[in-house]
Design a binder for this molecule. Sequence first.
Ligand SMILES: NC(=O)c1ccc[n+]([C@@H]2O[C@H](COP(=O)([O-])OP(=O)(O)OC[C@H]3O[C@@H](n4cnc5c(N)ncnc54)[C@H](OP(=O)(O)O)[C@@H]3O)[C@@H](O)[C@H]2O)c1
Length: 294
Amino acid sequence: MTAVIGLNNGIPIPALGLGVLQSEGRDATRAVSSALCNGVRLIDTAAAYFNEREVGEGIRDSGIDRGDVFLTTKLWMTDYGYDSALRAFDTSTAKLGVDYLDLYLLHWPWPGNWSETVASYKAAERLLGEGRVRAIGVSNFKPLHLRNLLEVSDRVPAVNQIELHPNFQQPELVSLHRELGILTQAWSPIGGVYGWAGENRTLPPMQNEVIGKIAHDHRKSPAQVILRWHLQEGRSAIPKSINPERIAENIDVLDFELTADELSTIAAIDTGRRGALDPDDASPETIGLTIDAA
Ligand SMILES: NC(=O)c1ccc[n+]([C@@H]2O[C@H](COP(=O)([O-])OP(=O)(O)OC[C@H]3O[C@@H](n4cnc5c(N)ncnc54)[C@H](OP(=O)(O)O)[C@@H]3O)[C@@H](O)[C@H]2O)c1
């Protein structure tokens, strides 16, 4: 089992979960089912991962009660707008085969169409008010996006899910989250972005010597050290794996503790350079995807 964090509306969220970006077909179903059977209780998908049906199947295959699973999905930009967001929510829940979600996130800010970004958040607020989702939040929002959103909404997002791993730690954004009461949830928490975001010359954090030494000293894997670091920093993290052994490894991080020195050493790895798209450039055109109907 894993640690639990309280969201700003009192809803508990497991600190560690399973991500399913690029987990396809039976792999996605098996990963979700295997994770739940191994004690993972948070599953992170998105309309844009095109696997909501398979994720739903994995939850049912696991035999774990729906009420014991914390399920997140995300609204894609082509569905931004008040009415279209409500329709997209129905599509996602129908694909997942669930009648409520635990967390619904706006997948990216769309700075070039800010009014529809806000309208989508308003739709999410309505879903929250109707009890169809237990918490709402955003993803990939930078400080200005958060501040602009809070000018038009009193509902502070429960979560901002952002790129965060040892190479890219976003300390200013994380400190704004703390100030506002937003949980930081790390995507690509162990550096998976370096595998899918195209060629770049940065050394992935799991291959970093400093992480390797700390892992050796604790007799843990580099992935476990990084996930333990996220937990000790008070974050949620959603590592992706389709491999049952690695899924089990990724939540087995509660039996050791990083020292203050080790935490500072990891803090010093930060390059300040993201591995993926800058959210200021996000739009349906820069990430060309369209979501199919249920
Ligand atoms: N909101 C957003 O815009 C956004 C963007 C990106 C990702 N996400 C979410 O965040 C999740 C995680 O991010 P990610 O998939 O980019 O990267 P990640 O979780 O940091 O890394 C995943 C990669 O690491 C491998 N891996 C997993 N556990 C391992 C271990 N213990 N040892 C060695 N290798 C291991 C996986 O391979 P195997 O599968 O073969 O184990 C996969 O190649 C996604 O699945 C998605 O849910 C959100």
